[in-house]
Design a protein around this ligand. Sequence first.
Ligand SMILES: C[S@@+](CC[C@H](N)C(=O)[O-])C[C@H]1O[C@@H](n2cnc3c(N)ncnc32)[C@H](O)[C@@H]1O
Length: 326
Amino acid sequence: MFNSSNDTNNNTGGIASFLKLKWRSSTKYNMKPRLPNTADDIERDWVRHNALRLAFENDFKAPIERLLQAGGSEVLDIGCGAGFWTADMAARFPFSYFIGIDIDKNVLPTSPCGRNILHQRIDLIELPLPYEDATFDYIFVRSMLNTMPDQLWDDVLKEFIRIMKKGAYIECVEAYDDLFDAGPSMNTLTQLVLMSTQQPPYSPTSKDVAARNPWPNRLANINQLMGMQIYHTHTPVGHHGGEIGSLLLEYWERTIGNYRREWITNRWIEEEELDKTIRQMREEVNEYNTYMSWYSVVARKKGYKGPILQFDDVDDDDTVITTKCC
Ligand SMILES: C[S@@+](CC[C@H](N)C(=O)[O-])C[C@H]1O[C@@H](n2cnc3c(N)ncnc32)[C@H](O)[C@@H]1O
């Protein structure tokens, strides 16, 4: 069981410590200043969370369902934001334990979410993480790629390996930056989003997909991991794509809405031109059948030599089916 004495939900650092953090992040590591999550960010994350559950037909791809059901497993959700994934998982697997960590204490849920959930304010850059070696059975990392420059991820991943048990899984879920079959208006808007989201040095015109979606290479280069699997899902954007498509159109509109001030202030686009482009984009996505793609990379830490767990299921004919796990 994790040690709840590490709970930093009650951090009282306030605005002064946040500003210090912002300063440190932006100069020492050549990072863009990281702004706290706004209510818009949280709503956008909620829309994307719901779209992804439908798209992947589950909350995760790692083969850990039976272990989580059996209970006693410990799970870490990295950059959990408002904790939508953590909350869903903790409700679904009440006998396993879930920790959601995020740098932004204001985004973390403040009211108790369940006896098997803990939220902690933790900055991934502040290594080591406050967990013993071999604590977790599963680490989940979603939509975190653009939160740190590339060179910092190597150390953070090493730290994840340290706190994973032998045989534990890590899963990284991300969207490909490009939209497919996008019309000219959507292309203009996604290039602007890229300019806003990529850590410097960014290259909005780069076609190097591996460089922009590096999770598979990063995990493949870690020799303590094995059995890497990559899952893809392709999701429509726009009302042509039913519920998922409508959610993802809303996700894009919210993303664009979040950045519009920055684009106009920086004179990347005139306000009138932006509004016209957004209106055209809404039509275009249906006309072009625009879609986007997501991937989930799953790998397992080497070295598990324990017993293979067996689970019994009873099917509709009362037949007991025994399956082995791991
Ligand atoms: C795009 S949101 C993803 C939220 C969640 N994983 C999801 O899929 O809905 C990125 C989150 O990472 C957090 N974050 C950014 N930098 C971080 C850091 N250095 N340490 C911990 N969390 C960080 C942000 O506060 C934000 O909540």
